[in-house]
Structures are given as C-alpha cells and as structure tokens.
Design a protein around this ligand. Structure first.
Ligand code: GCU
Length: 426
C-alpha cells in the first residue's frame, strides 16, 4: 500500500482494471472459430482464375493490405548505400571457403547508419557462381562463429546472460554463441554461400529504437504519433535484407538468380515480408515464424494478434492493433503472404514443441497458398495433411515439422538445402 498509494493518487479518478494474464489456447477443438478467406477471391468478390489477373489485380491488392494493415509501408524513396570490404578475404575450414566482412553505409551525413555483412563463399565460387542464403542474425555476426577475426558488434543488444551480453553490449565471450544455428561449414560443403547481418544494425529491437535504426534515414525517427500504416521493425529489417541483396546481386561469385532469403522466428516473419516485396529473392524460407509470420491469424492457437500487439507493437504498423481480439475483421490471412511468393518456391518449417508458433497453422497457411501455385502449373506440398515429424514434403511449396523445440538447427538447414538443390536455377 505504501507504494500503491501515490500511484492511486496520481491516477485521480481513473478506475484501475486488472489486465488478465494472456492464456494461449492449445486445444485444437477450439482453434478454428473463423473462416479463412480464399486467397483467389478479389476485393470486389470476383474469382481469380488466371495468372494475368493474379499479377495485375489480386497480388497488388494483397501486397497493399499487408503494407497498410500488418507491417507498414516500406518507403519507396531510396537512400545511398555504399559497400566496402573490411580487410582481406580469409580462407576458412581448410580452404573450403572464404570469409569476407563488408561494411554497409546507409544514408548520408549525420543520419548515416552502418551495418556489417558477414559473407562466406564456398571455394567453388571461384569458377561457378554460388547460390546464397541471406539471413539476419539475433546476436551479432560474431555469434555465428568463434573466429576471432569477425568484428565484435559494438551496437546495442537485448539483455541476455547466456549470450554474454553485459550492459546491452556484446563481449568477447559472445563469440560463437549461436554457431549451432548457422552450420557454416556444412553450408559451404554443399556449395552454398551464406550472408548474414545483425538485425539490430538495421533497427534495434526495443521500444524507443526507431531513432537509432534505418527509420531515421527517412526522417521518421521518434515521431510522437506513428501513422496507422507506419513501418515497424519488421519493415526495417526486411528493408535491410533487400539492401544486402543489392550487394549480392552485383557480386561475382554469387549466382544472382539463386538468392534465397531465410529467417527464424521474428526474423522468419521478416524473411516472408522481404520475400513478398522483393522478387529478387528466388526462394523464401520461414523457420518457426509463427504469429505474424506463416501461421494463420484467424486460428486461435498459441500466440495471437492481440498478444503481439500487447508485447511488441513496434514490430508491426499501428493499424495491426485493429485486429487484436478481432481477427475476424482481417480481410486476408497469412496464407496470402505465403502466396505472394508465387511462382517462386517457398518453404515453411515448424517444430513439434513450438506450439506457441502454431505448427498446424503454419502448415495450413502453406496448404492454402497452393491454389496460386496451381495457376502457374506448379505443384505445392503434394499432401493434404500435416506430415509426420521429420518428414519433409513439397515441390514448389515445401514444409517440414522438425522434432524438437523452437530453434534453427542443422536438420533444418539440410532440408532447406535439399529443397534449394531441387529448385535449380530460375
Ligand atoms: C516471441 C514472440 C514470437 C517471436 C519470437 C522470436 O516468442 O512471441 O512472435 O517469433 O519471440 O522472434 O523469438
């Protein structure tokens, strides 16, 4: 009471309502209260039956809905970005590949921001341009490998003891802490390149982070009131992935027709949004992306739209909150985001213990995107039911349900490479 009293006085006549803690539903019999809109029915109610109408009418409608209602508008204005190699390339894994670090400078003058790309190229890239996986990382490039030559990111990090973050900064002990998520040697062994950047370089993942990220390049830092369709963190992270693609498409040694974008969890949501907007990503992979990513929002299982808007509204645009506890009002669902990749291959990965992300909702989003692939004569998953654990399926739409927890594992990477191998060149 001693502490509560001043608070109550300060609140004056305001009535206090206790907010009940969020209780996720994990009962499948209660999970499907709402119908899922058909991705091929346009806003005017007409049915889309051919590619031309999909590309000219329905696809733009959906892209615009995700911009205005979910992730926010990505600025169309460009800012200058320069890329410079930081030091010499270094041979790694006994000559299996090269490691290069590239500094990206974005914008000009006081508002300039910088980010660093960590690039691994397989040895074969000297003679044959390599396909590449582009992804953002959570804990800095130095967390991808314990290699002491990787620059220790000096930026802001979320608190995390296990990752050896002290006072929101990475420490020497942070080197290699996430290595199991990147399996660099195994990727090089299969002839793929890997390009990764710390997501916080583009937009720090904190409530007041917009002034320190790329939002500031577009004069939107710290606006008191964000517009309903203002882009959030996911929009900025996706923008960063496209700027990485700008560099990679011009790079000898990289096959610009085989640039895959991949992401785990919030960065899986980001990979989907980047892939939807930027068709240079020839393959799009979502790993355990869950709510606001691959899983259907209108299903009630695990995390919900309301819960996202309560805990991380900054990831999305303010309009997204209109659908909190009101998913029935959403004019589309997340399978439409998956469908925006058509005709490019897309892969959705879930994990058995990742119920928060709703593995079945992720599978169903992939399934319900298939009719758009069919317009291109492309085969989707090839199954109607969610497959058993550790049984990958799919032709142009791939899916697996890995045994285990929310994570990006060596198993996931092997399946992604199997799928990418099967796609070949565009
Ligand atoms: C939380 C959040 C998820 C998100 C995940 C992550 O669990 O609720 O939506 O995907 O964090 O990015 O790690």
């Amino acid at each position: 009471m001693r502490f509560l009293l001043p608070v109550l006085c300060a609140l004056g006549t305001t009535t206090l309502h206790a907010v009940p803690p969020f209780e996720p539903n994990y009962d499948e019999s209660l999970a499907n209260p709402l119908p899922i809109p058909d991705v091929l029915v346009a806003e005017d109610g007409s049915r889309v039956t051919d590619r031309e109408t999909w590309e000219r009418k329905r696809r733009p409608e959906l892209l615009s809905l995700f911009s205005s209602e979910v992730y926010g508008q990505t600025p169309s204005r460009t800012v200058p970005v320069t890329y410079s190699a930081m030091g010499e390339d270094k041979e790694v894994f006994g000559g299996k590949g090269l490691m290069r670090q590239i500094e990206m400078r974005m914008g000009e003058g006081e508002r300039q921001r910088s980010a660093q790309i960590l690039l691994y190229l397989p040895a074969t890239a000297k003679t044959q341009p390599a396909p590449v996986f582009v992804l953002l990382n959570f804990w800095g490039n130095h967390s991808v490998s314990a290699d002491p030559d990787i620059v220790l990111n000096p930026g802001w990090f979320r608190s995390n003891k296990d990752k050896h973050i002290v006072n929101n900064r990475a420490t020497e002990a942070s080197r290699g802490v996430s290595a199991s998520r990147y399996t660099v040697e195994a990727i090089l062994d299969r002839g793929y390149a890997l390009a990764t950047t710390y997501y916080g370089d583009f937009s720090p993942d904190r409530r007041d982070g917009f002034a320190d990220g790329v939002h500031a390049l577009f004069n939107e830092d710290d606006a008191e009131e964000r517009a309903g369709d203002a882009w959030g963190n996911i929009g900025a992270w996706a923008w960063g992935l496209s700027r990485m693609a700008d560099y990679l498409t011009e790079l000898p040694g990289i096959d610009s027709d085989r640039i895959a974008v991949l992401g785990h969890s919030r960065l899986g949501k980001t990979a989907l949004w980047a892939g939807a907007q930027d068709e240079r990503f020839a393959l799009v992979i979502s790993n355990n992306s869950g709510e606001g990513g691959a899983s259907l929002a209108k299903r009630n299982f695990g995390e919900t739209v309301g819960r996202l808007n309560e805990t991380v509204p900054r990831w999305f645009c303010p309009n997204y909150d209109k659908y909190s506890k009101n998913e029935g009002a959403l004019p589309m669902d997340q399978h439409a985001l998956v469908a925006l990749m058509t005709p490019r291959p897309v892969y959705i990965a879930s994990a058995t213990e990742d119920l928060w992300a709703d593995p079945l909702g992720e599978f169903l989003a992939a399934k319900l995107a298939e009719p758009v692939y069919a317009l291109y004569g492309k085969k989707g998953l090839g199954v109607d039911e969610q497959p058993a654990p550790d049984t990958p399926v799919g032709a142009s739409v791939g899916y697996h349900l890995r045994k285990g927890k929310h994570d990006l594992s060596a198993y996931d990477w092997q399946r992604f490479m199997d799928f990418a191998d099967r796609q070949g060149a565009r």
